[in-house]
Design a protein. Structure first.
Length: 415
């Protein structure tokens, strides 16, 4: 019996995805473990692996198709001994049309410019429907990289669609400023609309829900870093095999503070409260188009070097778009650090279902009073956002007090 391949849910929040690339074609024989396609989720571009053996009998969703719903039929595998007759009755709505469009577009993309018919030379601006411009995903990506307006590019693909060769051969006319003519300052400012990625859509949805449904409250504290910076310098001078960052100290200190104040290591679950016995720290990492929060699991049970190695590896995977669901699912507490960008203080939005997130500012030289005298110290401001349904003000304050002790006296992390 033919095996239907459905759009997989490759992350807990994924509702739709983009089928970025097929790695097999119709007629190919696949085994269990064969990578069939690359799929862009709301978190990253991930590989879709076959769990069955067979022959690719039919591909229903074109390469580059966007907003493919989880559970939609994308392809069919034929088992040993089956032929195309097994495909009868398997035809999702619009699948044939999408496949035909993909074939026409692929042929147009691959054909050399010289082979274009005279009609291509007389190409007209891209076909539109209302405000929509028809173009291939690859063409849109290249146009965005080159800074071109896709609507300005004549399309030579099927039905006037803008395709790769159109963008690569496009030469925009001189702008008024380049031509020596002052641009018009009348009316509304010019703008460009860029379609949201799956990741940006998910970020917008989840954080809007967080601010609307989670009662945030905020606590601030200043932390002196002189002892920590001295300890970090000493550790890093001991070996070239590792480089411990301030963020690594913060991750461990947060994990230990959660162990010391377990009432802060919780999540609100409607009619129940989840109390976690392990500190899994989510660390916000900025990537192109958004951010992700890979998790350092059991950070309270790991040393600074192990935390450092894991954090660097996860950050690299995040920026390369290679995070797996197990890398970012879960987490009991989040950290967002903008200190390296010079931000002194900010408030972060809680990442549900977590109940707290720590926003970390830059360490800077400030005047402080010690023993009745004014002296200089390196001070960092942090802001704790709490879900008031799960964490009371006193608990949040107790957590920050513990965190302050660990960071101002890093030797206590060894106890």
């Amino acid at each position: 019996m033919a095996i239907e391949l459905l759009m997989p849910a490759l992350s807990p929040t994924m509702e739709t995805g983009t089928l970025s690339k097929w790695l097999v074609k119709e007629g190919d024989t696949v085994e269990s473990g064969t990578i069939l396609a690359e799929i862009e989720t709301d978190k990253a571009t991930m590989e879709f692996e076959s769990i069955d053996e067979g022959t690719v009998g039919k591909i229903f969703v074109a390469e580059g198709a966007e907003n493919v719903a989880v559970g939609d039929l994308i392809a069919v595998l034929l088992e040993d001994g089956e032929d195309e007759s097994a495909l009868e009755g398997i035809s999702p709505d619009k699948a044939e049309q999408a496949q035909e469009t993909a074939k026409q577009e692929a042929a147009a993309e691959d054909s050399p410019k010289e082979a274009a018919k005279p009609a291509a030379a007389a190409a007209t601006p891209a076909e539109t429907s209302g405000d929509r411009v028809f173009s291939s995903p690859l063409a849109r990506r290249i146009a965005a990289q080159k800074g071109f307006e896709i609507a300005d590019i004549p399309g030579t693909g099927p039905h006037g669609r803008v395709i790769k060769r159109d963008v690569e051969s496009f030469s925009p006319a001189l702008s008024p400023a380049v031509a020596g003519v002052a641009p018009s300052l009348e009316g509304d400012a010019p703008f460009e609309e860029i379609k949201l990625s799956n990741m940006r859509k998910t970020i917008a949805k989840r954080l809007t829900e967080s601010k609307q449904t989670v009662p945030h409250f905020y606590l601030n504290v200043d932390i002196a870093l002189d002892n920590l910076l001295a300890a970090r310098k000493e550790l890093n001078n001991m070996s070239d095999d590792y480089k411990i960052s301030v963020n690594d100290f913060i991750i461990r200190a947060c994990a230990l503070a959660l162990k010391k104040v377990p009432a802060a290591n919780v999540q609100f679950g409607g009619d129940v409260m989840r109390h976690y016995s392990r500190a899994d720290i989510s660390v916000a990492v900025a990537i192109d188009g958004g951010l992700v929060t890979p998790v350092i699991r059991g950070a309270d049970q790991k040393g600074l070097r192990q935390i450092s190695d894991e954090a660097k590896a996860l950050a690299k995977k995040a920026r390369d778009g290679k995070l797996m669901p197990e890398d970012y699912q879960g987490g009991t507490f989040s950290i967002s650090n903008l200190g390296m960008m010079g931000i002194k203080q900010f408030q972060a939005v809680i990442n549900p279902p977590q109940a707290a997130i720590l926003a970390i500012g830059a360490g800077e030289q400030r005047p402080v009073i010690r023993d009745g005298e004014v002296t200089a110290a390196t001070v960092m401001s942090v802001n704790l956002a709490c879900d008031h349904r799960a964490i009371d003000g006193a608990v949040g304050a107790e957590f920050l007090a513990a965190l302050k002790i660990y960071l101002e006296h890093p030797s206590t992390m060894l106890l």
